[in-house]
Design a protein around this ligand. Structure first.
Ligand SMILES: [Zn+2]
Length: 199
């Protein structure tokens, strides 16, 4: 990877041998390995000791989870807040594991829509709850740095499954609870917008 990065620097018109860039290929490789470490993470390993059987069927919410991801069209960052809720059927996930799950899917090349649904689908698969909701609010540097659309391009995506899809009151309760900071989408948000422009 370091050779590629040296070549990339040269292609950009830089001198890869100048002092400030001497260790850049090494640093970029390390950063990229970390930012894509989600490909190599084992979800079951992360969750295995943290699924508990409970007699609890109220909404569980973990909100304002910071996340950082890379858009797959430009390999530029998009980042923001993720809010996750679910209603247990018989099982819950240890609360600290939800941000871990968000990290695993964020640390890949992504589009915001897919990232959102992967988190929701994984929770559904692992504990088959009565419902799952995931809302992500993010700024995309591929838009704001390039001056595409508004400088503060802000995208909101959501995935609502089970009770959150079928029951408007449940969905509204969740949206009210996460609304205190930031923006939330309208209940039906299939049109949450382009998470990343591809050209
Ligand atoms: Zn992009």
């Amino acid at each position: 990877m370091q050779d590629l990065i040296r070549r990339l620097l040269a292609e950009l018109g830089e001198n890869p041998d100048r002092e400030g860039l001497a260790r850049t290929p090494q640093r970029v490789e390390k950063a990229l390995q970390f930012l894509t470490s989600g490909y190599r993470a084992d979800i079951d390993e992360v969750l295995n000791n943290a699924l508990f059987t409970v007699d609890y069927s109220e909404m569980v919410i973990v909100k304002d989870i910071d996340f950082y991801s890379l858009c797959e069209h430009h390999m530029l960052p998009f980042f923001g807040k993720c809010h996750v809720a679910y209603i247990p059927r018989t099982k819950v996930i240890g609360l600290s594991k939800i941000p871990r799950l968000v990290d695993i899917f964020s640390r890949r090349l992504q589009i915001q829509e897919r990232l959102t649904s992967q988190i929701a689908d994984t929770i559904r698969e692992k504990i088959s709850p009565l419902g799952v909701a995931v809302v992500m609010e993010a700024t995309h540097l591929c838009m704001s740095m390039r001056g595409v659309e508004k400088q503060n391009s802000f995208c909101v995506t959501s995935s609502m499954l089970g009770a959150f899809r079928d029951n408007a009151r449940t969905r509204m309760e969740f949206l009210e609870l996460i609304k205190r900071r930031g923006v939330v989408p309208s209940p039906v948000s299939e049109d949450a917008g382009l998470a990343c422009v591809s050209d």
